[in-house]
Design a protein. Sequence first.
Length: 282
Amino acid sequence: MPARAWALCLGLIAFLLAAVLGLDAWQTREGESSLFGLPWGHDERAHVPLPSTPAPPPIEPRIARVAVIVDGFGARQDLFDRVVAIGQPLTIAILPDLPLSERIARAAARAGLEVLLEVPLEPYRYPDVDPGPGVLLLSMSHDEVAGLMTRYLAELPSVAGVIGHMGSRFTEDRAHMRALLEPVRARGLVFVDGLVSNLSVGDAVARALGVRSARRQVRVDYAEGEGPARRRLEEVASVAARRGDAVVIVRGHPLTIRVMKEYIPGWEARGIRIVPVSRVAQ
């Protein structure tokens, strides 16, 4: 073979060898192993493990809460005893100026139950529809309303807050609701709007005054009978799961207390916690 041909062959072989070695070096820099076991200026830093990033803590599921208010106390000791026997942190609402109002309030505090003052408020069709003694009326001046509220709260000093009894007409009047809520604000208490009227301004006025407030979602009334009472209580778990909490008002009566007691274990089995109403007030 002529010398010129040999030179070309050797040059081509050298070129191909350089190309293969260059490709091998490039692959090694990219993290691949060398085909020929060559180090190619290996960077030891590539083998230094990076500090691991800790996994984020698991997100705790929000526990749904239900505040159950049993109202209408002040005249019957047996109803109060039934509620205490349930052994749950229920809330009871006590009407003023009834024979057992103060006694039940003291007993509730000893039993670890939260207490609300249940203020009789003027409904539509008053006096044919009568909330009972000590009712607050729209015919009263704002000072009279505030004065009665101050007296009621002084007679039941252990209460955590206030809820209305009836009051479909009274709760629609912004000025009178403000007069009612001023003593509540002064004592740092909560207000529960029972929503006896769809036009109630109680919650809005409370929030405007800086009073912690809660609104009722479910109401259970013995006057409707056992079937409707059960249907209302069946709504509670889904309402609480959707909202995160729910306020349930149960009219105090042997029927409603008995049926409510049956539903509480089912709520707890679904992860729902029974809490005093002050825990869900915003």
